[in-house]
Design a protein around this ligand. Structure first.
Ligand SMILES: [Zn+2]
Length: 138
């Protein structure tokens, strides 16, 4: 019988990878290294960053921030390094525990490190409406 530790899965990139990702131009070596380690997730994450699919909302007057990744047909709500509303996060991270993150979480980290995301400002009133959409997990 396998006893599973009852811990929260946290995605955390090692400092060496943060350093690689923060370079202005990624070399072929950087890309190969990250592809070896994260596979298809890295490829999809990098593409999402290049296509500017990561958005950081700042709401006023609370100054709270929210990260969103645009997926096909809908937007995914992200809590950096911790949570995503997509189906694969639910299945692979929460239920089967075969991963600690989905490609959206990786994309958010890459976008934040490389400062390659879109910034949007909105109001707290608007945020309440947006949250109804973002909280969907289907
Ligand atoms: Zn996700």
């Amino acid at each position: 019988m396998v006893i599973q530790e009852n811990k929260v899965n946290i995605m955390s990139l090692p400092q060496s990878e943060v350093k690689r990702l923060s370079k202005e131009n990624l070399t072929q070596d950087d890309i190969e290294y990250l592809k070896d380690k994260y596979g298809k997730k890295f490829v999809k994450a990098l593409r999402a960053v290049e296509e500017r699919k990561i958005i950081r909302y700042k709401f006023k007057p609370s100054e709270s921030a929210t990260w969103i990744v645009m997926g096909r047909g809908r937007q995914y709500f992200i809590i950096p390094e911790l949570y995503c509303t997509c189906r694969s996060f639910y299945q692979e991270v929460v239920i089967s525990r075969e991963a600690t993150f989905c490609y959206h979480l990786l994309a958010q980290r890459i976008a934040e490190i490389r400062e390659e995301y879109e910034s949007r400002e909105s109001t707290d009133t608007e945020r309440r409406k947006l949250y109804v959409e973002w909280r969907r997990t289907d």
